[in-house]
Design a protein around this ligand. Structure first.
Ligand code: SF4
Length: 361
């Protein structure tokens, strides 16, 4: 394999809120980042507005850690829960929605995981008949800072003991070293966001390559973990059919269908305010080459027949490897489901049931 183009993120500077200064999860990070400058601050209001260099804020999560995925109106949603342990990412994908959402000038890591586990206990214990699919990959990449946080090990250990929940670590990164040897009782899905090679090259230039992600997925499979894949965002580009078909083939060369928890498909979509931000931050991006129109939820999307065509082909290519692998659409209507897949879960509750059953919920 060629040398990786990916460079693990190592911050120059850590801003440390008073509320987490003596916290064990902070201490662990400090021990692993002994060369980084440490700047104690009372709280995040004391941060400089735009500090140079690579910075991280170690903070206290003041709101709830766990919240329903916002989904999008008038579409079928999988009723997922997000666990917000970090906000921000180093990987810099051109299409990343976080560019328009975060209002802190650096990545924030919420170190009060003791509070998070208390909250999880309260929620999961008080709804023993409800099954929770929970993920940490909404406001960050689940593994991209794990080489110095090792938080994956805390999560795998915790969810191993829960019968009504499963954790999904969703990533483009390959930092699996802190949990790969742990017992997990199949309560963890390790999933990778994947894309056509041309899109990885042009829109995700700072990420580990597709081959590296699949190598990590194969290792996680060998350790008995559920594996997931997310083709999201799918981007129309010259040669998209060959590009995406090739990724499907590469996945099934390495991963057995019985170990795949799910594969999701989602076409490029973003709110109007992000348009200018992406054009400013990534003038070389090719994502605007396709025709994008405002949809029912006001987000820019590809024209419906184009999305249906993309999803239908992907479904056929995936199902050519057997019927077992669950495939679902992220934020699409009942009509798009039926036209692309020939069936629909009918509702968000139906999609939740379909995915829960796969992983024992
Ligand atoms: S890996 Fe995900 S969170 Fe990180 S920059 Fe890319 S899209 Fe954003």
């Amino acid at each position: 394999m060629n040398a990786s183009r990916y460079q693990p993120f190592l911050p120059d500077r850590l801003y440390i809120e008073e509320a987490v200064q003596n916290n064990p999860w902070t201490t662990r990070i400090l021990a692993r980042l002994s060369k980084a400058e440490r700047i104690p601050i009372p709280d995040q209001q004391a941060l400089p507005p735009a500090p140079a260099g690579k910075n991280i804020l170690l903070s206290r999560q003041r709101g709830p850690f766990l919240r329903y995925c916002p989904g999008t109106s008038r579409h079928i949603c999988c009723l997922y829960h997000n666990l917000d342990i970090a906000a921000g990412c180093d990987l810099g994908c051109s299409y990343c929605i976080l560019q328009g959402y975060l209002n802190v000038p650096m990545t924030t890591l919420y170190c009060n995981l003791d509070d998070m586990f208390i909250e999880l206990d309260q929620v999961l214990d008080s709804h023993p008949d409800h099954f929770y699919r929970i993920g940490t990959g909404e406001l960050s990449d689940s593994l991209t800072f794990d080489h110095f946080t090792a938080w994956s090990s805390d999560l795998v250990n915790y969810f191993r003991q829960r019968r009504n929940a499963i954790i999904e670590l969703k990533s483009k990164n390959t930092h699996i070293e802190h949990f790969i040897s742990l017992p997990h009782d199949r309560r963890t899905v390790v999933s990778w966001s994947v894309n056509a090679a041309a899109i990885v090259a042009s829109e995700e230039p700072h990420t580990p390559s597709l081959a590296e992600r699949l190598e990590a997925a194969a290792e996680a499979q060998a350790a008995g973990f559920w594996i997931g894949f997310h083709f999201d965002p799918m981007i129309r580009h010259e040669g998209w059919e060959e590009g995406y078909h090739e990724v499907v083939e590469q996945i099934f060369r390495r991963i057995e269908p019985r170990n795949i928890a799910w594969i999701s498909l989602g076409a490029l979509r973003y709110p109007p305010f992000l348009d200018e931000i992406i054009r400013d931050n990534h003038p070389e991006s090719r994502i605007f080459l396709g025709e994008l129109l405002p949809g029912a939820d006001h987000k820019f999307r590809y024209f419906k027949p184009q999305r249906i065509e993309m999803f239908a082909r992907m479904y056929r290519w995936i199902k050519a490897h057997g019927q077992e692998t669950p495939v679902y659409l992220c934020m699409e209507s009942d009509e798009v489901w039926r036209k692309a897949f020939g069936w629909s879960p009918g509702s968000s509750a139906g999609l939740k049931r379909f995915l829960d059953e796969r992983v024992g919920g």
